[in-house]
Design a protein around this ligand. Sequence first.
Ligand code: FES
Ligand code: FES
Length: 158
Amino acid sequence: MASAVKFTLNKEKITYTGNPAVRLLDALRDDFVLTGTKCGCKEGECGACAVIIDGVLVNSCLVAMGSLDGSEVMTIEGYAQTKRFSVVEKAYKEVSAVQCGFCIPGMVLACESLLSVNPHPTDAQIRVAISGNICRCTGYNAIVEAVHIAAREGEGLW
Ligand code: FES
Ligand code: FES
């Protein structure tokens, strides 16, 4: 029998006793009903499944549950409880950076990941930061603009 995996999910302590080979993406959606994390390629290519683990942006389709012991996982649902999220959400709305919305949880977490280490990014730095996140709708310019606005409006939060 696999040993229990203890980790934190959106600040809640979790003891996971299921199959350690299950992808974090699948566990989030199926076991924890955190469906804000989207399933795109399941190959680490699209960023739709991005979450933040121990402060780092990670594609959850490439993470096995058994590797999470001692980790802190934040999904878009956890991030949505923060002040930073409110700023990013407002910025995305302001420039209509959300169309179908499928990529947005991953995009927003990529934005958080960037601003947490670089609160005043250049255009090029934003494009690099979201380069692992595919958006099929916006053409990216609105998303880049939204990150600039969030950085400006959220001055001091990051
Ligand atoms: S579903 Fe994980 S990167 Fe595409
Ligand atoms: S808004 Fe549709 S995929 Fe990005």
